[in-house]
Design a protein around this ligand. Structure first.
Ligand code: PLP
Length: 420
């Protein structure tokens, strides 16, 4: 169990796990089973998996998945955890567990795209309506809440455009209306802020559910897909857990092991990704072809004040902001120039996802991703960078050479002012 006197970094290293006699070692064992044997028919009838008092079948949990669930509860400040095979599966399982025909779900317009897609193409077939709201306008959220609204998704910041919403105000509003909130907490990852204790004073205000793509920072390798659904309310957990069981969702023991192996280094990696991302973001912001920097730790970025209120105390006062940011390129540059820039990068690979050791870059056409317009994001192509663990000077050099090749303008290197 979590020791509240200890830092999360320590909690991720020291497991509550009980090792077999004389085999206490850094990693817990990897237990694999579909079938679990019972001592007798009577034992079979008595054993319970729902409250984790016993093991009955591999799909219902193993000692390995239980340890991982405990670690993730420590990370997010949660009481209960469910493991699912991807971050997207966390999203869909929460929706299927908590919504019924006739219900409405509200999703921010800048949310992770497949969340909107799932609502549009799957939930709609079950008679569940989804409505998009402006993530930066609490009044828009308020106006769209109806008696049929049963679930509100939140994401801080938005996946590609990086606007940081007023999470506290959104959660307060939903609390007043008794609407369940679920946060996609992949970016914050349990390190930037506490999703179940947004006021950081003991849990008086928090989201109801946190969905986390463990694929990103908890895995850290770009080689595992997994997700988690954490809660602090047993009844809410049970509703999702029963749906999860009936859908037949589970994770492989080897994948659970990989995440367990990566968790102890997660806080260090997060800090390193964050520091490099801020250095690169500051350098890119100085280029004349960049019309806007979308990184919530920088003054002037959409939602900077909200980021500051929630995340600036983390990481010993450095603030926490992950390794992800975007820039908007001046619309005078053609798509071909932006493609050339991305293609000319040698260290940044072109690829989806983030949280791994290799830096990634992807250009996005924001207009086609939004129903309600670009909001606070200026006109131009959005290029998103996911900063890996390479030496930051090498990444800077790589950006500079690709920039000159694509945009035929010199790379500016004025001194960089610190952010936060
Ligand atoms: C990657 C991601 C997901 C989905 O995770 P997968 O494991 O790739 O399915 C969900 N939400 C956010 C914000 C993500 O970045």
């Amino acid at each position: 169990m979590t020791d509240p006197a200890r830092h999360i970094t320590t909690e991720l290293v020291h497991h509550a796990y009980q090792a077999p006699s004389q085999f206490f070692a850094p990693q817990p064992a990897v237990h694999k089973a579909s079938t679990v044997f019972f001592d007798s028919v009577e034992d079979m009838r008595k054993r319970r998996w729902l409250d984790k008092s016993g093991f009955t079948y591999g799909l219902h949990g193993t000692p390995t998945t239980y340890v991982l669930e405990e670690r993730l509860c420590s990370l997010e400040g949660a009481q209960q955890c469910l493991l699912v095979p991807s971050g997207l599966s966390a999203i869909s399982t929460v929706a299927l567990g908590l919504l019924s025909a006739g219900d409405e779900v509200l999703i921010p317009d800048n949310a992770y795209g497949p969340n909107k897609d799932f609502a549009e193409h799957e939930l709609a077939r079950w008679g569940i309506r989804h409505v998009l709201f402006d993530p930066m306008d609490v009044q828009d959220l308020q106006a769209k809440l109806t008696p049929a609204t049963k679930l509100v998704w939140l994401e801080a910041p938005g996946s590609v455009s990086m606007e940081f919403p007023d999470l506290i105000a959104c959660v307060q509003l939903c609390r007043q209306r008794s609407v369940t909130t679920v946060l996609d907490n992949t970016w914050g990852a349990g390190l930037a802020f506490k999703p179940f204790d947004l006021l950081a004073d003991g849990g008086s205000l928090g989201v109801d559910v946190s969905a986390h793509a463990l694929t990103k920072y908890p895995s850290g390798g770009g080689d595992v897909l997994m997700g988690s659904i954490t809660t602090v309310n047993q009844a809410l957990h049970m509703r999702i857990k029963l749906t999860h069981m009936r859908l037949g969702i589970g994770v492989g023991a080897n994948d659970a092991e990989m995440v367990l192996r990566s968790l102890p280094s997660m806080a260090l990696r997060y800090r390193a990704h964050d520091a490099s991302a801020r250095t690169l973001a500051a350098a890119l912001a100085q280029q004349s072809a960049v019309v806007q920097l979308l990184h919530p730790a920088f003054a002037g970025a959409p939602g900077h004040a909200q980021w500051h209120a929630l995340c600036s105390a983390a990481q010993d006062g450095q603030g926490a902001a992950a390794g992800l940011f975007s820039v908007v390129i001046d619309p005078q540059y053609e798509q071909a120039a932006i493609d050339t820039f991305c293609d000319s990068l040698a260290l940044f690979q072109i690829g989806y996802s983030w949280g791994g050791p290799v830096s990634l870059v992807v250009p996005y056409e924001l207009d086609s991703m939004r129903a309600g317009g670009r909001g606070q994001v200026k006109a131009g192509t959005v290029v998103r960078f996911c900063v890996g663990l390479e030496a930051v000077q090498d990444l800077l050099n790589d950006l500079a050479q690709a920039w000159q090749k694509a945009f035929h303008t010199p790379w500016q290197t004025a001194p960089i002012a610190p952010s936060n």
